[in-house]
Design a protein around this ligand. Structure first.
Ligand code: ZN
Length: 180
């Protein structure tokens, strides 16, 4: 008899990275998440606010909703979430409301991260529930995916500006002005 395969942290983060790649393919900022219960993935999600017209459709929230539905419970006290980017305040509070046991993230987010980058919501002893948080797992790979996405997007925007400049005289910018 073989024991059921139990995911280790790195394997779980690799699955979150695969979710982030799906976001990338859909033209969304590449962030992915998986939720693990007793060593097994029970839900996954990737960032999709643009395609769903939903500003709350961050990877964590998408995965959290799927997991809660699956467990038929709004509280998931034995679950762990693996996400490729440091959570924002909205996601952090949603996870705390769900009483998550542990959160592991990859890259830090200096713009909206609340696990120490902008704020440290997880360090607020005054909050009614404490969730264990760990950062930096496969952080380089998680960050590289984001950096390559934004690099591609800047290149596309530059190409659009150049095309507009070449169309000069038709409402575009004059040649040699890139509008930056
Ligand atoms: Zn978020």
């Amino acid at each position: 008899m073989t024991a059921p395969a139990v995911l280790n942290d790195e394997a779980a983060m690799r699955l979150a990275l695969a979710q982030a790649t799906q976001a990338h393919a859909a033209g969304e900022v590449p962030v992915g998440a998986v939720i693990v219960l007793n060593g097994e993935v029970i839900a996954s999600g990737f960032n999709q606010p643009i395609s769903t017209h939903d500003p709350t459709a961050h990877a964590e929230v998408v995965a959290l909703r799927a997991a809660a539905l699956r467990q038929r419970n709004y509280r998931l006290p034995d679950c762990e979430l693996f996400v490729t980017l440091e959570p924002c305040a909205m996601c952090a509070m949603a996870l705390m409301h769900a009483r998550f046991k542990r959160i592991v993230f990859g890259a830090t987010d200096p713009k909206t991260g609340v696990a120490g980058s902008v704020l440290d919501l997880f360090g607020y002893r005054e909050l009614n529930h404490q969730t264990l948080i760990e950062g930096g797992l496969l952080g380089e790979e998680c960050g590289d995916l984001l950096r390559s996405f934004f690099r591609e997007r800047r290149a596309q925007q530059k190409a659009l500006r150049l095309a507009a400049a070449e169309a000069g005289g038709q409402g575009g910018l004059p040649p040699g002005v890139d509008g930056a």
